[in-house]
Design a protein around this ligand. Structure first.
Ligand SMILES: Cc1cc2nc3c(=O)[nH]c(=O)nc-3n(C[C@H](O)[C@H](O)[C@H](O)COP(=O)(O)O)c2cc1C
Length: 114
């Protein structure tokens, strides 16, 4: 059975509702096992054990929430080179359009001279 790991953070409940709705939808799929974890409870072991991922975050100060960043930071080295090719998606709960949190970061998009 394939396992979907959903990692979320929410301060006022919006992202949590989105993550729970996604989990309910995924669980209705035959053959899908779903782990729904708040970001502080998620770790690299859970990441390595899953077959696919859904990351759910509020947009805070034009970026992902700090606890989601902490999750990615903690898992970076243990997961590096071990999960390439696995499917993932992200959900953003925002006061405006969420584009700040969804925007990919790369040196190509960094401001010149920064
Ligand atoms: C500290 C803080 C910073 C925020 N910054 C943004 C922002 O940059 N852009 C935006 O669209 N919404 C921003 N918001 C609004 C939240 O993204 C919005 O209320 C969202 O629904 C919160 O999700 P939650 O209920 O899961 O915590 C901010 C909220 C907080 C508390």
């Amino acid at each position: 059975m394939k396992t979907l790991l959903i990692v979320w953070h929410s301060m006022t409940g919006g992202t949590r509702q989105m993550a729970e709705a996604a989990a309910e939808g995924a669980r209705s799929e035959v053959g899908a096992s779903v782990r729904l974890l708040a970001a502080p409870q998620a770790d690299a072991g859970g990441v390595l054990a899953a077959d696919g991922y859904l990351f759910a975050t509020p947009e805070n100060l034009a970026s992902m929430a700090g606890l989601m960043k902490d999750f990615f930071d903690r898992c970076y080295y243990p997961a590096l080179g071990r999960i390439e090719g696995r499917p993932y998606a992200a959900m953003v709960c925002a006061g405006s359009d969420g584009s700040g949190a969804a925007r990919p970061r790369s040196s190509a998009s960094a401001p010149a001279g920064g």
